[in-house]
Design a protein around this ligand. Structure first.
Ligand SMILES: *Cc1c(COP(=O)(O)O)cnc(C)c1O
Length: 466
């Protein structure tokens, strides 16, 4: 399998190159040259199989040439069967109404769905680096959630050192503890004197310092890495198969920020999965919903919400979808991305908007809608949603076109990850699951740093001297 860049100015790359590079050299995102198709018989043959077996079939074509069948199987078993997930079905479905299901994606170590891709990515990185005899230093900034998922993915990896910067005093106690209580020699937490933007700017400066970047072999595991997308496509197959695919169509509703998760569903559809409706849920940071209403992608300022992991104004993975929508016209895509960068907006034609609307439905939730959804679903079914999941469920119910098709709403985080918002909406304070019950008593390992490039680079160099 070869990968091409959406911007059309980079050479085609192998899976291994795509994995290690993240972004293409021309600033674009990598996308497979063509979609590997599974016919109805091939999908039907996966019914009743384990998560690992489904993952093997779905991911297999994308890693061909980089991993043997056996290597892939070992990595999948290590991640999903022998690893840190606490539910044997990995992505179990809970029925909350006739034809309405919740797919629980919070049975990983940080109780949010990013674990499903990042746990695999950590093992995959480590395996490929081992084969190449290389080490990398991963540096990232976090406003809370992604940092802990990345740390959990890399702890115990032999060929990776990971440094995560968070703004001191500005992440929740649960989020901080999830990062700082990981006691592993290759994990380094930095509490920076500054805000999240300072953290992000400092990481960017480190990457821009070429000597430092090369000396440390810097790398990132951000949300545009192709391997993350394809690992997420697996649970759409698993969920659809459990509800009767390929004989029966299934719809999904996905709370969306960076467009990674919902794009993974779209990939499943391109591969042959019979997905009927794909619904995007946004909170009041509704750039995507406005796009599907008007055909204009227009950036506004970020407003804080009770679903903070979706407080985003630029959905980076949308570029992958746009590339297909423009029939691979990279020159036009580059011009549109440039418009977005310089003027904060780009437009598609009305014919393209019509096609996009056939692929996705988009609905927004106000803060009141989100809280009311948590309250109503709990009152009617006894099931407690986290605020992100509630945004998806609200969109699912508002945008639904055919109630006879089973509808799966993705539960992207455990309610205990956002206890204040959940308690305020429902009156119930959800307890942390057993494996995190003692989290707040765990010992913390964290270094405080001034917001200063020289000091930060010295810190990284000293910490990885072996
Ligand atoms: C990251 C995240 C999202 C948004 O997912 P994208 O792939 O960025 O669209 C939604 N909910 C939760 C809980 C998240 O952590």
């Amino acid at each position: 399998m070869k990968y091409i860049s959406t911007r059309g100015r980079s050479e085609p790359a192998s899976f291994e190159e795509v994995l290690l590079a993240g972004m293409a050299p021309d600033g674009g995102l990598y996308i497979p040259e063509c979609w590997p198709r599974m016919d109805e018989r091939a999908i039907a043959a996966l019914a009743g199989r384990s998560y690992v077996e489904v993952a093997h079939s779905v991911i297999g074509p994308y890693v061909a040439g980089a991993l043997s069948d056996e290597e892939l199987r070992c990595l999948l078993v290590k991640t999903y069967e022998e690893g840190n997930f606490t539910h044997k079905a990995l992505a179990p479905l809970v029925q909350v109404d006739s034809n309405l299901f919740i797919m629980e994606l919070f049975h990983g170590p940080t109780i949010a769905f990013k674990d499903y891709a990042l746990q695999f990515l950590g093992n995959l990185f480590d395996h490929i680096l081992e084969k190449r005899g290389e080490r990398v230093t991963i540096v990232g900034a976090t406003s809370g959630d992604t940092g802990s998922a990345a740390i959990e993915a890399c702890r115990g990896c032999k060929n990776i050192d990971i440094f995560i910067l968070h703004p001191k005093g500005r992440v929740s106690e649960v989020q901080r503890k999830q990062m700082t209580s990981v006691n592993a020699p290759n994990v380094h937490n930095i509490a920076l004197h500054g805000d999240f933007d300072d953290c992000q700017a400092l990481v960017k400066e480190m990457f821009a310092d070429e000597t430092f970047r090369k000396d440390m072999n810097l790398s990132a595991v951000n949300s545009i890495n192709w391997a993350r997308i394809i690992a997420q496509t697996v649970y759409y197959f698993a969920g659809a198969l459990a509800l009767g695919a390929p004989g029966r169509k299934v719809s999904f509703a996905v709370p969306t920020g960076n467009f990674g998760n919902v794009f993974a569903a779209y990939v499943g559809k391109q591969m042959g999965l019979p997905i009927d409706q794909l619904t995007i849920g946004t909170n009041r940071n509704d750039i995507l919903t406005r796009f599907f209403e008007t055909g204009a992608m227009t950036r506004e300022t970020v407003k804080p919400t009770i679903s903070p992991s979706m407080d985003i104004q630029v959905s980076s993975n949308f570029e992958r979808y746009l590339f297909g929508l423009l029939d691979h016209d990279s020159a036009r895509l580059c011009a549109m991305m440039n418009d977005f960068k310089t003027e904060g907006a780009f437009l598609v034609t009305s014919a393209e908007l019509e096609r996009a609307r056939a692929d996705f439905t988009a609905c927004r939730s106000s803060e009141e809608d989100t809280a009311a959804t948590i309250r109503t679903i709990h009152a009617e079914t006894g099931y407690l949603l986290d605020p992100h999941t509630a945004v998806g469920v609200h969109a699912a119910l508002t945008g639904r076109t055919d109630p006879s098709v089973p509808l799966v709403a993705l539960a992207c985080a455990h309610p205990a990850k956002f206890p204040d918002a959940v308690e305020k909406a429902s009156g119930i304070r959800p307890p942390l699951p057993d494996h995190l019950a003692d989290l707040l008593e765990r010992e913390e390992l964290v270094s405080e740093l001034e917001n200063d490039l020289v000091r930060a680079e010295e810190f990284v160099r000293a910490a990885i001297i072996r």
